[in-house]
Design a protein. Structure first.
Length: 321
């Protein structure tokens, strides 16, 4: 039996969506210690998985690896389509667990395209591999087409920046009980529409933000600088997506971000991916106050939800046999 343990990721946004520039996308994000995903696999003559939502991922892993089958159990998981990258983590965890059950080392970067992962952002793959903060290089713009490329007809974007995160940093996660974020065909359609009308000036501003503020802040452990720069990156991305998600943030994320930003011990707040998950950056000494601020944000918005404060993860997925 092989067990793979991985966890959520935050996605702050992309470096460019405009067709006027040479590189498209370019994801920016980081790995978290929680919430976790734990997948166990052992050899079997066919696919056996009690978790129906995980079964397609296991079936695809078995097909890609060319093995007879696998008995897979999802011991821990976190919600799908809330902006924390559960789909990519589950797909990669499944293929690694099944591969190791058969005594095979699996290169997730090589297999991710065949699993339908890494087509736009490489953040999920990179955080599964190594954890930490990641910025990827995106894809050549000339490869953009009106229809999504065939599954596997891409390579995972290269990592152009990777940094470990200070161990005393903490992220408050606020996940409201709201409609799930976009995925699948709906996400493809929204991204295509956003790209086709994206303002290239926003990408120019993001390039300056990344090189002069965000990357120096993460390299030097400047929490305030990093939090404010990551929040700004999210707002700029939201300007690209405003027509697709009903504003700079997808409701009710905007009100949650505003309330978190009012807490002095939270330095920067934003929406992760399509939401509805919202993040805020604090430190270990202010974790309790940040958690209270997250709950107050939910109360102010009049929605139920879940709040937790988690550490960054500076390692890749853990595999045991």
């Amino acid at each position: 039996m092989a067990t793979v343990t991985t966890a959520a990721r935050l996605h702050f946004g992309f470096q460019n969506l405009a067709l006027a520039h040479e590189r498209l996308y370019g994801g920016v994000g980081l790995a978290l210690e929680e919430p976790r995903l734990v997948v166990e696999a052992e050899r079997a003559d066919n696919v056996v998985c009690a978790d129906q939502s995980a079964t397609p991922y296991v079936e695809r892993a078995v097909e890609v690896l060319g093995v007879p089958g696998a008995r897979v159990t999802v011991r821990e998981r976190y919600p799908r389509h809330v902006g924390l990258g559960s789909g990519t983590q589950l797909a990669l965890a499944a293929v690694v667990a099944v591969g190791r059950a058969y005594g095979r080392e699996v290169d997730v970067r090589e297999l991710a395209p065949a699993l339908g992962r890494g087509g736009r952002s490489g953040v999920g793959v990179a955080t599964f591999e190594h954890g930490g903060f990641v910025a990827d290089g995106g894809h050549p713009t000339e490869r953009f087409t009106a229809e999504p490329p065939a599954e596997g007809d891409w390579a995972v974007p290269p990592v152009i920046a990777h940094h470990d995160l200070p161990t005393d940093w903490r992220f408050v996660l606020v996940v409201p009980d709201a409609d799930p974020g976009q995925s699948g065909a709906d996400e493809d359609r929204s991204m295509r529409q956003a790209v086709e009308r994206a303002d290239p000036g926003i990408a120019d501003e993001i390039a300056t933000l990344l090189t002069r503020q965000l990357l120096p802040a993460v390299a030097t452990g400047d929490r305030r600088g990093f939090g404010h720069a990551a929040a700004r990156l999210g707002r700029l991305n939201g300007a690209w997506y405003a027509d697709e998600q009903g504003g700079v943030y997808r409701p009710p994320a905007g009100e949650l971000v505003e309330r978190l930003g009012d807490e002095p011990r939270v330095t920067g707040a934003g929406q992760s991916s399509w939401g509805p998950a919202v993040w805020g950056l604090t430190d270990v000494d202010s974790a309790s106050a940040a958690r209270d601020a997250g709950q107050a944000a939910l109360d102010s918005a009049g929605v139920d939800g879940h709040v937790q404060v988690v550490a960054p993860r500076n390692r890749g997925a853990r595999v045991s046999e």
